[in-house]
Design a protein around this ligand. Structure first.
Ligand SMILES: *Cc1c(COP(=O)(O)O)cnc(C)c1O
Length: 217
């Protein structure tokens, strides 16, 4: 596999001190192994089944991130080893992760996924619903999850102004939640940016970009 995109992306991230999460969905194992051999350790899948298959076949020191929809009844399958769940979009799901993590004596880092796109996205909190939930649901009782920040996906569009606006908005919400909930002591990560928009996301304060197609092409 040609690793020039990998090194170029790492170079772009460096001044921002942002992390690269390599999204390996749709990629052959050999390509994933090439990235691993080049030093990449953080990989992500958007489906639980794929995550399970990849994990079984790849080196055990890979940090696996889940970035796609998670159903409560699938939490048990990944909770023993998953490194971070980017896609927590309800209090109930957070409760399920908390309970399952207790069985494994783990604390699971999670991100709260917010709907920032103008498209009718299926997943993610409406920001107002999240703010309500943070005030009224007993998040602080979930001591087996660590709320590490927010995740969002911008509209798929050529209109870079709109993408800037959506990421800027997510960053503002990130800052205000961080300030309003100092009890979230690990609230430091902003997961935004994919192949088509990661440079915009970096300008707007991303700390983690999730890149697939551009990395592997
Ligand atoms: C597939 C996917 C990505 C990566 O998308 P690319 O355009 O291939 O970089 C990032 N985040 C999520 C949630 C995804 O499902």
């Amino acid at each position: 596999m040609d690793l020039s995109n990998y090194y170029q992306i790492l170079q772009t991230l460096e001044p921002y001190h942002a992390q690269l999460i390599a999204v390996s969905k749709n990629q052959p194992l050999e390509a994933i192994k090439s990235l691993y051999q080049a030093g990449q350790r953080k990989f992500a899948e958007n489906r639980v089944q794929l995550l399970l298959e990849r994990k079984e076949r790849l080196p055990s020191d890979i940090e696996w991130h889940l970035i796609g929809n998670l159903q409560k009844n699938k939490v048990k399958k990944i909770v023993a080893w998953v490194h971070m769940i980017h896609s927590v979009d309800s209090f109930d799901l957070a409760v399920s992760i908390h309970k399952a993590a207790a069985d494994h004596n783990r604390i699971i880092p999670i991100l709260l996924e917010i709907k920032i796109s103008s498209e009718p996205a299926k997943h993610g909190f409406e920001i107002n619903k999240l703010l309500d939930s943070l005030k009224t649901d007993p998040w602080e009782s979930l001591n087996r999850i660590q709320i590490c920040g927010l995740m969002g996906m911008a509209t798929f569009t050529d209109d870079t102004n709109q993408i800037h606006k959506e990421f800027k908005n997510l960053k503002l919400n990130f800052e205000s939640i961080k300030k309003a909930f100092p009890q979230f002591t690990a609230f430091n990560e902003l997961s935004m940016g994919m192949s088509s928009d990661y440079t915009i996301a970096l300008e707007e304060g991303s700390t983690m970009v999730r890149i697939g197609s551009k990395l592997f092409s």
